[in-house]
Ligand binder design. Structure first.
Ligand SMILES: Cc1ncc(COP(=O)(O)O)c(C=O)c1O
Length: 386
């Protein structure tokens, strides 16, 4: 049976072939440890790392690539920002649509004296900028908000939040795990102080890659300290970027692959990926609209969404539906709570969760049509078992 991959929100697949080629090249030809020695192989690895840093800076319109810090995923980037910024007594505002990579550190920090306020989402899981900004009373140290929900794909309008934060002197951390590579992002236009992202989702890089944009390193303590290959005469952590936050050997092969993924996106244009994913969403929604028994979740009329659709099927638990979709139709989805229990509470789908379809730049119309046919069959009165 032909398998169709609908789990791009967890990690993207397939990747452009140039990604695997770049990883291979780095392992076979590169070989050195970036920034650690002066020999040819270390210099080549350092060049690869710098190349990817520059490509990411170009993608996110970051003026100085040194402000682009590599991490192993978005979770590490978010932890770096949250633990590096917040101290007991600080006030932090977030939304009810956040992933556990935001909620778990924040719950932990709130048990240590950080004051946490969670702004509830509007129906459909939309974070309304007005409601969010209203919670940013003066004295707030940090606002943390997702650029798009990993459950519904609903996109948050960040720019007005960024503008309000600037006016109040509140720092803004945006979780772009679901939007980097799928929506155009300009850190200046959005007014973000920190942008956390995965390298292995919309940016099409290998797993084990991610990063954090840091506008001003003076306000952010490192999460880890250690060898950087720079200022080895000193026992204290360097204060300059990006070394302040990049202790230990970097994942050069992964970063090489990430560079190839970003290069693909820059060539194709993120706007083109956005339009493609949007088109597939419309096709999907149109297809399931007339199917009795399918309940989609998310904003109506899905005005601004990424390539994600969460739904449930009447008469089937979401794990039964997920198994049937894979076993009978070869459709690979993700079911359950998607590491976002509070988002599911906001949607009214807790504790069961939903079946989530998520697509990417290489998903075709015929994949979506096959998904719609499968849902129609599963929802037929005989469960499609004619
Ligand atoms: C909205 C959101 N934030 C953060 C993460 C964590 O990303 P990573 O797996 O790269 O740590 C995810 C992963 O699915 C996500 O969807």
């Amino acid at each position: 049976m032909k398998l169709r991959y609908f789990d791009n929100a967890a990690t993207s697949w397939p990747k452009p072939s140039a990604v695997a080629d770049a990883v291979h090249r780095c392992l076979v030809r590169g070989g050195g440890n970036a920034g650690r020695s002066g020999h040819a192989k270390a210099v080549e690895a350092a060049r690869t790392v710098l190349g990817t840093r520059e490509l990411l800076a170009e993608l996110f319109r970051i003026a100085d690539p040194a402000h682009m810090v590599f991490t192993k995923n978005a979770t590490e980037a978010l932890n770096l920002a949250l633990y590096g910024l917040l101290r007991p007594g600080d006030r932090v505002v977030t939304s009810s649509m956040e992933h556990n990579s935001v909620m778990r550190p924040l719950r932990h920090l709130s048990n240590r004296g950080v004051r946490l306020e969670v702004v509830p989402a509007a129906p459909g899981g939309v974070i309304e900028p007005g409601a969010f900004c209203a919670a940013l009373a003066s004295g707030t140290r940090l606002a943390v908000v997702t650029h798009a929900s990993n459950v519904t794909g609903a996109v948050t309008d960040i720019a007005p939040i960024g503008e309000h934060c600037r006016r109040l002197g509140v720092l803004l951390l945006v979780d772009a795990a679901q939007t980097a590579g799928s929506l155009p992002i300009d850190v200046e236009v959005l007014g973000v102080d920190f942008l956390a992202f995965s390298g292995h989702k919309g940016l099409l890089g290998p797993q084990g890659t991610g990063g954090l944009y840091v506008r001003d390193e003076r306000v952010l303590e490192p999460l880890m300290r250690g060898g950087t290959g720079s200022r080895s005469d000193r026992e204290e952590q360097p204060e300059f970027l990006p070394d302040r936050y990049e202790s230990g050997t970097l994942n050069s092969p992964g970063i090489a692959g990430l560079g190839a993924g970003v290069q693909y996106l820059l060539r194709r244009g993120v706007e083109s990926v956005q339009a493609h994913e949007r088109h597939l969403l419309e096709l999907f929604l149109e297809g399931v609209a007339g199917v009795p028994g399918v309940t989609p979740y998310g904003p109506a009329p899905a005005a601004t969404c990424t390539g994600v659709l969460s739904l449930n099927l009447a008469g089937l638990s979401c794990s039964e539906a997920g198994s049937a979709l894979e076993d009978r139709f070869g459709l690979l989805t993700r079911v359950g709570l998607h590491c976002a229990p509070l988002a599911h509470r906001s949607l009214g789908t807790f504790p069961e969760g939903t079946v989530r379809f998520s697509w990417g730049p290489f998903t075709r119309e015929r994949d979506v049509r096959a998904a719609v046919r499968a849902l129609r069959e599963l929802c037929a009165p005989d469960g499609g078992r004619r």
